[in-house]
Design a protein around this ligand. Structure first.
Ligand code: ZN
Length: 459
């Protein structure tokens, strides 16, 4: 076989791969359309159940959808909150963007294209405007990537949406919120969703504050070079002993701020959020301190050997994010508002739980055992959970550990207001049963997480 033949054969193979991949993508898209239609039908079922509920209270009217989201979510090992938003998206796509679902079903676009069309067009309330928007974006989407479809859809939504920017902003700003995304290496990302002017205002203010710190620091460096002063070394963690490299002259008695502008801005925001008092404080007149007196609170689990410095095995925050040993030791020092849960690093058994402000023994035990809400897949921290009697107290259920469990508001109400049931097995295991009769076992979180690598524990 000469070179030309080989090249031709390889090109044919690549072409065959592309053809097969195209076919797989079309099948995938068709399955996605099928799933959307199923979820939309399920959503309709919940709407029918909701229509029978006489109460006008929104939480009670939400119960059929929540129960259904839990039924479907656990069936495919998905968090029920996530499933609920999938149900809502499917309903919106099937009812408001039918041509998009058809295009997905015939393999013309992918699910990511459909998401782009829904996201950008979701708040076009006028049906004919929405139809014109959908058609314009679909024509474009068939020939391009999902990412390009997303930006094109945004432009088209602006063109076709009869609502003014002001109207759209007024409803978008209702969604303002903060949330945390846990990352690797004991780091987390704090997200704030707010209006553009405020977000840029926050960035601008902290930038100018950070620049002032930098200017003052530079001035201090200059002073220290012309007239060395007796420095006392006062400063925070990030302040290091400075030496001026450009002149080679040692400035041994001065401490310089070596943080970058990014680090300084981040530190400023953290400082303000954790220690500052809100300017608008509706409780100010009622109680001493008001909102400013409320301190941050998290629950940290620390292996005893990490506290004593024998190991550096990670501690854990609220049973969901690892915390570095240095932070854990500092937190366990004396700060009020921190629950300290000491675990045996080998067996993982909870040794002691102590707290600056005393609370009920059982509550502390429950928080240590459950760590988070005990509905399958839910990670709401135990601290913000209710303490539920597995067997109702009114029906003779005892107030004992073997009959208590931590549930977040959502799953506590799910248990009481729908046909979901739960019973407690030995060892704190919960058995959930869905209205359709599916069973799910939920064990308490495993504590055998921190195994010291070298030395045995000092006891
Ligand atoms: Zn929950």
């Amino acid at each position: 076989m000469d070179h030309e033949e080989r090249d031709r054969a390889e090109a044919q193979s690549a072409g065959a791969f592309a053809d097969e991949l195209r076919a797989i993508h079309a099948d995938e898209a068709a399955l996605q359309a099928r799933k959307l239609r199923l979820l939309a039908r399920a959503f309709e079922l919940a709407e029918t159940q909701k229509a029978r509920i006489p109460s006008m209270r929104s939480r009670e009217r939400d119960m059929p959808l929540r129960s259904l989201a839990a039924e479907l979510g656990l069936a495919v090992r998905m968090n029920d909150r996530t499933m609920q938003s999938h149900l809502w998206d499917a309903h919106r796509l099937v009812t408001d963007f039918p041509a998009t679902v058809d295009a997905l079903g015939s393999g013309d676009i992918s699910r990511a294209h459909a998401s782009a069309i829904l996201d950008a067009g979701a708040d076009i309330d006028d049906a004919s405007a929405r139809g014109a928007y959908e058609q314009a974006v679909l024509d474009h989407a068939r020939g391009t990537t999902a990412a390009r479809t997303r930006s094109f859809a945004q432009q088209q939504a602006d063109i076709h949406n009869p609502r003014t920017l002001q109207e759209r902003h007024d409803s978008a700003v209702q969604g303002r919120r903060i949330w945390v995304t846990d990352l690797a290496d004991g780091m987390s990302q704090l997200n704030l969703l707010t209006s553009t002017a405020l977000a840029h205002g926050i960035l601008d203010r902290t930038t100018r504050q950070a620049k002032l710190i930098k200017r003052l620091d530079a001035a201090a460096r200059r002073d220290s070079m012309s007239a060395p002063v007796e420095g006392d070394g006062a400063g925070g963690d990030h302040v290091a002993r400075g030496e001026d490299a450009s002149t080679g002259a040692a400035a041994d008695d001065t401490w310089f701020d070596q943080r970058t502008i990014d680090q300084t801005r981040a530190d400023l925001v953290i400082d303000l959020l954790l220690t500052g008092s809100p300017a608008i404080d509706p409780t100010l007149d009622a109680s001493p301190g008001g909102l400013g007196a409320i301190r941050a609170m998290v629950q940290v689990t620390v292996p005893v050997t990490t506290l004593t410095g024998v190991t550096t095995g990670g501690a854990e925050l609220d049973g969901r994010a690892p915390v570095d040993a240095e932070t854990a030791r500092r937190l366990a020092g004396d700060a009020p508002g921190w629950d300290r849960v000491m675990t045996d690093p080998v067996t993982g058994i909870v040794l002691t739980v102590d707290r600056y402000q005393p609370s009920a023994e059982q509550k502390r035990f429950l928080h240590a055992r459950d760590q988070h809400c005990r509905f399958p897949g839910c990670r709401r921290p135990a601290r913000s959970c209710d303490h539920d009697h597995t067997q109702d107290f009114a029906l003779g259920g005892p107030t004992e550990i073997c009959n208590l469990a931590c549930f977040c508001k959502r799953h506590h109400t799910l248990k009481h207001n729908t046909d979901w049931t739960v019973r407690q097995l030995p060892g704190g295991t919960l058995e959930w049963t869905s209205p359709a009769g599916a069973h799910y076992l939920e064990d308490p979180p495993a504590r055998v997480v921190f195994v010291p690598s070298a030395d045995p524990p000092p006891f």
